[in-house]
Design a protein around this ligand. Structure first.
Ligand SMILES: *[C@@H]1O[C@H](CO)[C@@H](O)[C@H](O)[C@H]1NC(C)=O
Ligand SMILES: *[C@@H]1O[C@H](CO)[C@@H](O)[C@H](O)[C@H]1NC(C)=O
Length: 419
């Protein structure tokens, strides 16, 4: 029996993968072809979208030369991460060996900065390993996540030796305070070794979910959960070096989204692209994915200890039908944005995609509802009979409880708009 189906039965769906091309549908698709501006069509389908349309519109020229603010106060560049607190009026910026505290309303005000370098021995080891002192062997701050009312959790690459700590912030915007805690924790499974590796992270309920690699070479990538509070070293991850779980992923974003009113049903979603295992061994096709784990997952038993039991993934399809009946696919996810709505269970998901074709270059924005994403996770599983078979829908008995345990959600209609 194929690894996938075997995994399904043995491990409650650990290796299950959803096959969803028509199931997750792009609900609204804005297609930018060769930068040719054209009139938007006003067919009835697009009008139903007017209420969820853009909140703010500004011409590209204004964006370029009018609306941008410039801050030149940093000392070493390498800015990778921003954390904005609109209520308290501060903006944290993570850079190379530094964290800055700015006032977003007035960037001319002096910034507070703290110096947070990598340990000297790690800089030396990094250099001896052939990395660049300038571009690699420093502490590039890549994680700034709210922890509690007074502290932010921060991680940096630590010259290819990731490290994490807490930053203390004051309450009073008039008298900003920014202090580094003395506690330094290992950043393995929380932050990449490399300043350039694509990466996604979310801290929620005292646990850090990260899509990152955990080795110097950046080869052992996984979705991790590590406990931030306390000294526990406990973690859960996806299986290492198993391409059915993750196949050279480039992580783009991660979000915690509740499923119901019960916190027990909360899920964490990861958006990424990876080599498509279903496209064949020699095919370099890349697909975009959404993966999901349950927050209350405690990991498997025996050989599956420290492995997710609720991990599922589905393909994110962003395509437009072409005139000759051939769809144009935008397979490579570049960025993701979760727009909060009044209903915390149903934010709207915006993805920026591009084509991987060398002949046709284009970008698209696809919008997904949580209902369509949940419907995909609730749909059929993909399955492969053996190494020489194709991926097909799994028609066998689905084990109980259903992998990634779910309950039915209604599906949505599909709206496509070309610009
Ligand atoms: C912005 O740029 C556009 C074209 O590049 C120009 O026509 C316009 O006057 C500029 N606006 C401002 C405020 O500089
Ligand atoms: C926030 O977390 C820090 C670090 O664990 C701790 O020292 C501090 O007391 C916490 N603050 C609150 C308000 O819980």
């Amino acid at each position: 029996m194929a690894a996938l189906a075997a995994g399904l039965q043995a491990a409650g769906g650990l290796r299950a993968r959803r096959y969803v091309s028509p199931l997750i549908s792009a609900m609204l698709l804005l297609l930018l072809l060769c930068l040719q501006p054209s009139e938007s069509r006003t067919d009835p389908e697009t009008r139903t979208w007017s209420q969820t349309g853009p909140r703010l519109q500004l011409p590209y020229s204004d964006l370029r030369n009018g609306s941008a603010l410039h801050w030149r106060g940093g000392v070493s560049g390498g800015y990778q991460v921003l954390l904005l607190d609109e209520d308290r009026g501060w903006l944290l910026v993570g850079g190379k060996d530094h964290v800055y505290l700015l006032s977003p309303d007035n960037l001319d005000r002096p910034a507070h900065k703290i110096h947070w370098p990598a340990a000297r021995e790690h800089v030396e080891l990094c250099r001896l390993a052939g990395k660049s002192l300038e571009r690699d062997c420093a502490n590039f701050v890549r994680v700034l996540q709210p922890f509690n009312k007074t502290h932010v959790y921060a991680c940096g690459t630590g010259a290819f030796h990731p490290q994490c700590t807490y930053l203390q912030l004051g309450h009073n915007p008039e008298e900003p305070l920014l202090k580094l805690s003395h506690t330094v924790e290992s950043g393995r499974g929380k932050c990449p070794f490399s300043p350039r590796e694509p990466f996604a992270v979310r801290l929620t309920d005292g646990e850090l979910y990260a899509g990152t690699s955990v080795d110097f070479m950046g080869a052992n990538a996984a979705i991790f959960r590590t406990s931030v509070q306390g000294s526990s070293q406990h973690y859960i991850r996806t299986e290492a070096y198993d391409h059915n779980w993750l196949n050279e992923p480039d992580f783009v974003g991660s979000f915690s989204i509740p499923d119901t009113h019960s916190p027990d049903d909360d899920k964490v979603y990861f958006f990424f692209k990876e080599k498509a295992v279903e496209a064949g061994q020699w095919d370099k096709t890349v697909y975009s994915r959404v993966a999901r784990v349950c927050k209350n997952d405690v990991g498997g038993k025996r050989s599956l200890i420290n492995r997710w039991t609720t991990f599922l993934k589905a393909r994110l399809v962003c395509s437009v039908p072409g005139p000759s009946g051939v769809d144009t696919h935008f397979d490579e996810l570049e960025d993701i944005f979760v727009l909060e709505t009044k209903d915390p269970q149903n934010p709207t998901i915006y993805g920026v995609f591009r084509t991987s074709s060398s002949i046709f270059q284009g970008s698209a924005v696809c919008v997904y509802s949580m209902a369509s994403i949940r419907a995909a996770f609730n749909g059929p599983f993909a399955h492969k009979e053996g190494p020489d078979y194709r991926w097909v829908e799994y028609k066998g008995r689905v084990p109980y409880p259903r992998p990634g345990t779910e309950f039915p959600v209604r599906s949505e209609s599909k709206h496509v708009r070309k610009v």
